[in-house]
Design a protein around this ligand. Structure first.
Ligand code: ADP
Ligand code: MG
Length: 755
């Protein structure tokens, strides 16, 4: 009997025969040779067309609207986009009609509201434009109502208790600030309308609604602060975000032979390969032809969707890569990042790869994060975090910077909670940086500015514009940045923006940005209050600004750290400074529902209390579910794949010893006997560990003193994860001694290097 486990776009089927005793081991070898046969795919790219011709061609963007909408409607849409004004419902009909005609002319047959419910992935339910079949044939329709509001249903998404199923109405609603786009697929096209998702009672059941609310909050607080310090012309402030995205690619043939990667997104087994990332030869290495073909194909799709992808490169770990877009306003950047992940997954599959966004797919080498570059821009085109030539005398910059520093110190636990997931625990825990301690890197030049301000020294910390000396006279001179990079900091100032590096690679950036925007809004209001108070008292606005800024900086400077965040010394120092170090989700998540957090979000209209509590419950539950799935997979793979291979090897060794002894009387087989002993002992360790884990699967996990969900999460964290690790360790030890031809799972040295 044979079955197909792999089918490439090259249409070459790859057969694995079963029934010869070691089917999957054979599968592993066949996988290697299948990968060897692969070639770069041309994909859907016509590179002779200039990017400017295809960029945004699948987007109902401003340019398209300007040509298709009546002038008054187009102007109303612009007021909605640029000034947050609501769109007149009568005009929505006109927009919908134009959108429909545009979409149909490009081959779309269906439309869908496109949104991100609380499980954190995109959701869509397609509806045909077809409305009636009359005597005259089919009629296509798409009204303003279809555009603005989706069908009330979608009752099976997590709501964390906000919405009981008997009143399960959820509504999707058009977000005009994120343009509609057409998603191509092999046999048709679908018009996607970025949307929010709310309950009957107006509760946010998605990640976008709170983000939009937080953007309104920070807009208000930032405008107030700028007006307070004398910038009276500023009427609007937007957040800008550019999320750099890391990911792994592995060949589909390997993927299909790894039930753990299929079901859990990460390898639950696998000994460290002899060659990891220590040679540092992958980072920025030349991109292999097949990978580049995939990247270019995916990028072209993203160009058509108006996603401004800009950079690509090989990352630190073998088989790890990164893509970074040009920054956009926060809401759009968030949608575009979700779209990017979808397009990457889909395109990878076309190219015979699987794209892994898990935070730690392979232990022992670097994991993946999402670097959330974040700043603010006003309606005069100024970046509020641009220090300029003379940071020390740049009031706006210093005030805004001190608001960010204060907020990070005050709400560090909340920010930490916003990135807590089971996957990200592998990075933020002890295993890998950035650490779970939230601190800010400012770099030497800026630190000097801050120190001077606090100590009252004038100092000259102007940007030096220093030239770098390469020591080669013919080379052009290179201007030095005013600070070096610090790759270990979770929240680093990088020239004119902050880079929040602790975000997980698979999560939407909506929640971390929602938290960041809200906490900075609060800090800005605090500074506005203080400056107003002081200047009323003294009648000296400039004096008040500098007094308040300096006080904020000196009150919160403990959160600044320029050194090595990975080091043991920093962990000790951070604890002396009283900074929290919440290593895992069960420790980190409670900050979300502390009184201070509830008050913060309530005050800024970002989360109502029950919305916040519901998210807490969903995240806790999700954590338990993830680890439960991983532990069940660990048990079953260890029992049905690894143990049989090890026992087969044990049997072969035993048979060889017995047969050799009977063939040659008196022969000594010390080494073989030692090997047999060794494998037997490791098999015993593995079986004991499997039994241990099985016992936990049945155990009572609720502590009567705690709420059920958090007790369960702690149980998974303190008991199940260590038990899983024990099974893994025992299995990984066997991988190093069992006959390679018997080993069923593709090894790291194959998956990470052969593609
Ligand atoms: P770096 O090398 O410091 O990471 P890059 O210029 O490569 O800097 O930028 C990294 C990411 O930061 C890109 O996605 C970029 O668009 C984004 N970025 C740059 N400026 C800003 C800004 N003002 N606000 C938000 N993101 C920004
Ligand atoms: Mg960067």
């Amino acid at each position: 009997m044979s079955y197909t486990i792999y089918n490439t776009d090259k249409r070459s089927k790859f057969q694995v025969s079963k029934g010869n005793g070691n089917g999957f081991a054979l599968g592993r070898k066949k996988a290697v040779s299948a990968v060897n046969d692969r070639e770069p795919l041309p994909g859907n790219v016509d590179y002779r067309l200039p990017i400017t011709d295809i960029y945004g061609s699948n987007v109902f963007n401003r340019q398209t609207m300007r040509t298709l909408l009546p002038k008054n409607v187009y102007k109303a849409v612009l007021r909605c986009l640029d000034h947050g004004e609501q769109l007149d419902p009568n005009m929505a009909d006109t927009v919908a009609n134009a959108m429909k005609d545009w979409a149909i002319s490009r081959g779309a047959t269906h439309f869908t509201h496109w949104f991100v419910p609380l499980h954190g992935y995109t959701a869509e339910k397609h509806d045909s434009f077809l409305s009636t079949f009359g005597e005259d044939g089919a009629v296509l329709e798409f009204s303003g109502k279809n555009l603005v509001q989706g069908e009330p249903d979608a009752s099976s998404f997590p709501s964390g208790g906000i919405r009981s199923t008997f009143e399960a109405r959820g509504y999707t609603g058009w977000d005009p600030s994120s343009p509609a786009f057409i998603m191509d697929s092999v046999n048709g096209k679908t018009l996607c309308i970025p949307s929010v998702f709310c309950s009957f009672s107006g509760h946010a059941l998605d990640v976008k609604t709170p983000l939009l609310r937080s953007l309104e909050a920070i807009n208000k607080s930032a405008v107030r602060l700028l007006n307070t310090i004398g910038k009276k012309d500023v009427k609007r402030v937007a957040c800008t975000v550019g999320p750099e995205q890391e990911y792994f690619l592995i060949d589909e043939a390997f993927y299909l032979a790894r039930p753990d990667i299929i079901n859990a997104g990460r390898a639950l087994f696998g000994a460290r390969p002899p060659k990891g990332q220590e040679m540092e030869d992958h980072y920025w290495g030349s991109i292999r032809e097949r990978v580049l073909a995939f990247m270019m194909d995916a990028e072209h799709e993203l160009y058509r969707l108006g996603v401004p992808v800009k950079t690509r490169h090989n990352e630190v770990a073998p088989a790890q890569f990164e893509v970074a877009p040009f920054f956009e306003n926060s809401n759009l950047a968030t949608d575009h990042n979700m779209l990017l992940m979808e397009v990457f997954k889909k395109t990878a599959q076309k190219h015979g790869f699987r794209c892994l966004f898990h935070e730690k797919p392979f232990s022992g080498i670097n994991g993946s994060g999402k670097h959330n570059n974040w700043s603010m821009a006003d309606d005069q085109g100024n970046n509020l975090l641009e220090p300029g030539e003379d940071a020390q005398n740049n009031t706006t910059f210093l005030v805004v910077l001190s608001a960010v520093i204060r907020s990070l110190d005050k709400y560090s636990k909340l920010l930490r909670a916003s990135i807590a997931t089971a996957g990200n625990d592998h990075r933020l825990g002890a295993n890998e940086a950035p650490p779970a301690i939230m601190s800010i890197y400012l770099g030497d030049a800026l630190t000097k500015v801050i120190d001077n301000l606090i100590s009252g020294k004038a100092g000259d910390a102007k940007k030096a514009g220093e030239l770098m000396k390469s020591g080669v006279s013919m080379l052009p001179e290179i201007l030095k940045d005013d600070s070096d990079r610090n790759r270990t900091s979770p929240f680093a100032f990088t020239g004119n923006k902050f880079e929040f590096r602790a975000v997980g690679s698979s999560q939407s950036v909506a929640m971390p940005n929602t938290v960041l925007n809200t906490m900075v809004a609060e800090s800005m209001d605090f500074l506005s209050d203080e400056i107003e108070k002081e200047s009323r008292k003294s009648g000296d606005l400039q004096g008040a600004i500098s007094l308040v800024t300096i006080k904020a900086l000196s009150d919160h400077k403990r959160v600044l750290f320029n050194g090595d965040n990975y080091s043991k010394e920093w962990h000790e120092e951070a604890s002396r400074r009283g900074l929290s170090n919440l290593r895992n989700l069960p420790e980190a998540l409670p900050a979300l529902i502390e009184t201070e957090s509830k008050e913060l979000f309530e005050r800024y209209g970002v989360f109502k209390e029950d919305e916040l509590v519901s998210r807490y419950h969903i995240l806790l539950e999700n954590y338990c579910k993830v680890i439960n799935i991983e532990s069940l997979l660990t048990s079953s793979m260890a029992t049905t794949m690894i143990l049989p291979a090890a026992i087969e090897y044990q049997t072969r060794l035993a048979t060889a010893i017995v047969q050799t002894k009977s063939a040659i009387s008196g022969v000594t087989l010390t080494h073989q006997e030692k090997m047999l002993n060794d494998v037997s002992e490791k098999i015993n360790n593995l079986t004991a560990a499997i039994e241990n884990l099985a016992v936990l699967h049945l155990e009572q996990r609720v502590d009567e003193h705690e709420d059920e969900a958090s007790a369960e999460a702690k149980f998974y964290q303190t008991r199940v994860i260590p038990a899983m690790n024990e099974v893994r360790n025992a299995a990984d030890e066997l991988e190093l001694i069992v006959d390679d031809s018997l080993w069923p799972l593709p090894k790291f040295r194959e998956m990470l290097y052969i593609y």
